[in-house]
Design a protein. Structure first.
Length: 359
């Protein structure tokens, strides 16, 4: 999401939630529990910092998908790619363009043949031998407590203590980093929306472990709709799919840096930015939660009004354009938040060329 003035709050890869063109709101760039006056919050502005322009060789993204990869092999492949920092998008066990792109990027980063295929060297490098792609997951009362009502009215949202998951199915997809369709395949006959405490289901064997990589620069690749993390030599070290703005004029440009990293951000609803919403003439502070409009993490940039954030609708990533910011799944932006740091240089590239400032 983009706001024009200031912030408040492999087998291919990139993601975003649909937002009306007129909707320009932003999370509050502060911890959610401290409710300072909105005017005071909005008075805090940022600087920009130069970013380096490392390069990397581009693998051939046109190579054919390996049609011999079976479902469980595809599932294991996606899980291990994510674990080493090369996101395949939402895990579904189906080897498609995003998984192929992740495989090729991983292969290029490791000095392997970037053919996008699950060959023996790639299998070994990913640690796929004897890897079990699924595990059992038991719902506790704490998981059930993460589910609650989700009001449609903006004033009702502002009055809520938090914006929780809508169903136990959403909790399960978050825990498994996956599509609902995969959980349905792994758990036939289970009503995923009405799971009770004590119920055990099967989910992808994902890990929350952060890849052990040293990052110097974050690069947003407009052409490939990817967020790329580069090491000190300019080599690709990690990759995330994201959504970007469809119109180039809505995208940031020039050099900048990461200004802030916030877990559980709040969101400032501005009525002038939502003309389709009638009957509201005051700013509203929307509470944090997995269904907050910017998800569970906000990584603010020094370009005013821009940031990298999560989404309450992970399956819409890559299917719709953002209004300017960069959307990832909640689990990807959480992992990204642990790999970057305040002051990290950020650059924007398109078709291999750095995007110069339009100002």
């Amino acid at each position: 999401m983009r706001r024009p003035n200031s912030p408040v709050g492999f087998l291919s890869l990139m993601l975003t939630l649909a937002v009306p063109a007129a909707a320009i709101a932003q999370p509050l760039l502060r911890p959610p529990k401290k409710r300072t006056p909105i005017r005071q919050r909005e008075s805090k502005r940022t600087n920009s910092a130069p970013a380096s322009t490392p390069t990397r060789s581009q693998p051939d993204r046109r190579s054919d998908v390996d049609s011999n990869v079976e479902f469980r092999d595809g599932l294991a492949l996606q899980i291990r790619l994510e674990a080493v920092g090369f996101s395949p998008g939402l895990i579904d066990g189906l080897v498609g363009p995003k998984t192929t792109a992740a495989v090729q990027a991983f292969q290029a980063a490791r000095g392997l043949a970037a053919n996008g295929k699950l060959d023996a060297p790639t299998r070994s490098a990913l640690g796929l031998n004897d890897f079990d792609p699924t595990r059992k997951f038991t719902f506790t009362q704490a998981h059930i407590d993460q589910v609650g009502s989700f009001p449609a009215d903006w004033r009702a949202k502002a009055k809520a203590k938090s914006l929780p998951f809508k169903s136990t199915a959403e909790v399960a997809t978050f825990e498994g980093h996956c599509k609902r369709s995969l959980l349905e395949r792994l758990n036939p006959g289970v009503d995923l929306d009405r799971i009770k405490a004590g119920t055990t289901i099967v989910i992808p064997n994902v890990s929350d472990e952060v890849p052990k990589v040293s990052i110097k620069t974050l690069r947003v690749n407009f052409a490939d709709k990817q967020i790329e993390l580069l090491d000190r030599s300019g080599k690709l070290a990690a990759l995330f799919h994201c959504s970007i703005a469809k119109a180039a004029s809505d995208r940031p440009s020039g050099d900048c840096q990461i200004k802030t990293i916030i877990k559980d951000p709040e969101y400032l609803f501005r009525p002038e930015s939502w003309p389709e919403v009638k009957g509201i003439d005051e700013n509203l502070v929307i509470p944090p939660g997995p269904r907050n409009p910017v998800g569970m993490y906000w990584i603010g940039l020094s370009v005013p009004g821009y940031g990298i954030h999560g989404t309450p609708e992970p399956e819409m990533i890559g299917k719709t354009g953002s209004h300017g910011c960069f959307r990832l799944t909640n689990w990807d932006v959480e992992r990204l938040s642990k790999l970057v740091w305040r002051g990290m240089p950020v650059e924007f590239v398109d078709d291999g060329e750095q995007v110069a400032s339009r100002s």
